[in-house]
Structures are given as C-alpha cells and as structure tokens.
Design a protein around this ligand. Structure first.
Ligand code: GLU
Length: 418
C-alpha cells in the first residue's frame, strides 16, 4: 500500500508544536504562530505562444513579519498548492530567525509547468503575476527570490515590472537577481555553499573525516550541483550518486560533480552519464554513503524510506524533505540530521547581503560575501548544536527552538495592538 503522505503544512505545524512545547510558549502565542498573517491568492490570464489565453493561479503567503519584512522565494511547479506555500512560508520564518537576519518569512508559487513553456510565456506569466501582487511586495514589505524552477532571469522580470509600475528602479525589491542589475556575487552558489559548510561542521562535531567520504545528492539543480562541486573542493569527499526528476546515477568509484553538471546541462538530465549505473530517486535515498543530501522537494524521506537510509549524516538542502515520523526513525538510528532551516539558510543569508548592498548602494567582492556567509553559517550551526547538546535533543528540535523562540519573543515584545 502506498504510504500516506501528510500535507506539508501539517508537518510544519507538528514541528511548531514540538518547539512550542519545549519553549513552554504561551498558548495564545503558539496559536498566533500557527496561522499566516496574510494569504494572497490571485488568478490571471497569460497569452500563450499559440495565441490562446490560459488562466494561471498564484499564491503569496506572508507568514510572519515580527522580525522584519517578509522574505522568501517564488516557485513555479505544476503541483504548487496553497498548503505547500503555507508550509514553505512558515519554514522561511524560522529560517531567517535561525540565521539571525532581520527578515520575517513568506513564500510564493504559481501553478504551471515551466518545462513546457517558452521563455516568452514565462516572461508574460511572471510580469502578470508581479502586477497581480502589486504593492504586496516591495523592498520594505516583502522581498521575493528564486526557488524551484525560477532563477535570476525570473527575478529580473519581477524587478523590471515592479520598477516600471513605480516609475523608478527599485533593485532591492528582489534578491537573486543578475549581477548586472544589482545582484550579489556569490548568491547563485550560496545555498549549496551553506549546505557544504554545514556538512563540514557536522563532520567536525561527529569526528568524522570527510576526505574520501562518500555523499549522495537527490536533486541536481542549482542547490544540489553547487553543493556537490563545493563540498568536493572543500573537503575531498567523493560523490557516489546524484539524481534529478528523470532518475539517478550511481558509481561506487565516484562521479565528478562538474562533469555530471556539464552532462546535465547538455542533455537535460544526469541520467546517461558515462560510467554511472542507473538508480531511481528512491534507491538514491537508500544508497550506502556517509552523507545524504536531499536537495529536491518536500516529503521525500518518509517513515518507510527512513528505515532504509544508510547515511550517517543527512543534510537537508531542500525544504521539508523529511516527515516528522521519519525524523523519529532517523533520530532513533542516531543519524545526525542538519535540518532545512539551518542547512539551506545560506541562500537567504546571501539574499540579505544582496538586499543590504542594494539599499546602501554598496558592492562587495565574492570573497567578502563568501567570508560573511562562512561566519554567519558557522555561527548559526554552533548555536543550534549547543542547543541540541545542552537540551539532549535532535538538531531539528534545537533549530526550531532557536528559530521559533526568537520569533515568539519578537511577537510577545511587540504586544497586541490595540
Ligand atoms: N528560496 C530560497 C529558500 O527557500 C531562498 C529564499 C530567499 O533568498 O529569499 O530559502
């Protein structure tokens, strides 16, 4: 029987419940944090290349802004749902808080299939979605960024549409932009780099040598591929498996992360990489390896999968890849899991650095940006690890306690108006 996959938002609420219990949060504050502050749901038409009009649905969930303007990516995917966007917006809130950057959390999504759309169609969809959001976004209000199947070009279209409507250029309205439009050096690779730093730190606290250690990556997109390239260069670890939406590849001897990326760029998939044995996405999660990095979607490591995970360390580069039931199994098996709201926070950390550069008309070098990311990431990791060690809890619970705790403090201190 196929396993029941709980809704992503139900998972997020269960995680919140665990953190609230440990923090002994006031029931009223807990109830406030269970709901997004604002949900925006829009429907808009786009003229397709065929001349036909299609109607699209888009969402922006603004979860909490007690610590600063809303912040979070926009994803384009056929399975985007309000439930998913709510979960992702809640996770953004705890993530910005763990990272200790002055942002709240939000997320957006459009139900569409970008792989079957032309650049022109994607541009018209993006511009119309931006117009539909209107003043709900803005540099002091809510700042979008790339997420699944959106990229720097998508951000450029949002920036241009918003700026045309305002009659002036407003680069700080989005992050993850092209460098030529005020994007930050180092932003593109930042999520992967942050996850690689977390892997190095996880190995350090577990006294696990990484030179020659094996790792597997589920989802060889922007995050997964940067993770693999940077982790190999940083530590000498060896990639033994990689996958994408079409399937995966495995080689005990090791796969060259750059060559796999070049193959994917040429053919559209990692599948067919010379020297790689074919594996399914599920088999990849069960690969014998030291480090497993889910870098694709939610709900991948379910209870059934968790029983078969053989890695010693799991680095959640994706948002919400592990269900709460699977968490318990991995924890019981002493797998050291670095949770999403810490492991993938490098992206939004450098988004913050991009936003600061835009607002202050500054330009930092890639080394300066990477240096600040390194400092922020190791700082956040150490704080969460300390919380885990002193409380005798998992890194997931510790990260939630730190993240939710700071948001709850901000909410409480602001007070209820009137
Ligand atoms: N979409 C990314 C995430 O889930 C980045 C968000 C941002 O930079 O605002 O963390």
């Amino acid at each position: 029987m196929p396993e029941k996959r709980p809704d992503a938002f139900a998972n997020a609420l269960e995680q919140l419940r665990i953190a609230s219990e440990r923090l002994k949060l006031d029931e009223g504050i807990h109830r406030m944090l269970r709901e997004p502050k604002k949900v925006i749901r829009v429907t808009f038409p786009v003229r397709m290349d065929s001349g036909k009009i299609r109607i699209f649905k888009g969402y922006r969930v603004q979860y909490n802004d007690a610590r600063g303007p809303f912040k979070g990516g926009i994803r384009y995917h056929p399975e985007v749902s309000l439930d998913e966007v709510k979960a992702l917006a809640a996770w953004m809130t705890w993530k910005c808080s763990v990272a200790d950057i002055p942002f709240g959390g939000s997320k957006g999504g459009v139900v569409c299939d970008p792989k079957r759309m032309s650049q022109g169609e994607l541009e018209r969809l993006t511009r119309r979605f931006t117009a539909a959001l209107g003043d709900a976004i803005g540099p002091d209000v809510d700042i979008p960024a790339p997420d699944v199947y959106t990229n720097a070009q998508t951000m450029a279209w949002i920036l241009d549409t918003y700026s045309q409507m305002k009659g002036k250029m407003v680069p700080a309205v989005v992050t993850g932009k092209p460098i030529a439009l005020g994007g930050s050096l180092g932003r593109d690779a930042a999520t992967g780099r942050g996850a690689a730093i977390c892997t190095r730190e996880a190995a350090r606290v577990n006294r696990m040598p990484l030179k020659g250690a094996s790792f597997a990556v589920q989802g060889y997109g922007n995050v997964g591929s940067n993770y693999a390239v940077i982790l190999e260069a940083m530590t000498g670890a060896r990639m033994v498996a990689a996958s994408d939406s079409r399937g995966g590849i495995y080689s005990k001897r090791g796969l060259d992360p750059r060559k796999v990326l070049a193959h994917k760029e040429k053919t559209g998939s990692v599948v067919g990489f010379p020297g790689g044995e074919e594996v399914s996405n599920e088999e990849l999660l069960e690969t014998e390896c030291d480090v497993l990095c889910p870098a694709a979607f939610e709900n991948q490591i379910t209870a059934n999968v968790a029983k078969k995970v053989r890695a010693k360390v799991v680095i959640e580069a994706a948002n919400g890849p592990t269900t709460p039931e699977a968490d318990k199994i991995l924890d019981g098996a002493k797998v050291f899991l670095v949770p999403d709201i810490l492991a993938n926070s490098g992206g939004v950390m450098v988004s913050y650095l991009e936003w600061v550069q835009d607002l202050q008309r500054l330009r930092w070098t890639e080394d300066e940006v990477n240096g600040m990311l390194e400092e922020k990431m190791t700082g956040a990791f150490t704080q969460v690890h300390k919380e885990a060690a002193s409380g005798g809890v998992s890194m997931r619970t510790a990260a939630l306690v730190v993240g939710v705790g700071r948001v709850a403090d901000a909410v409480k201190t602001l007070g209820i108006w009137p």
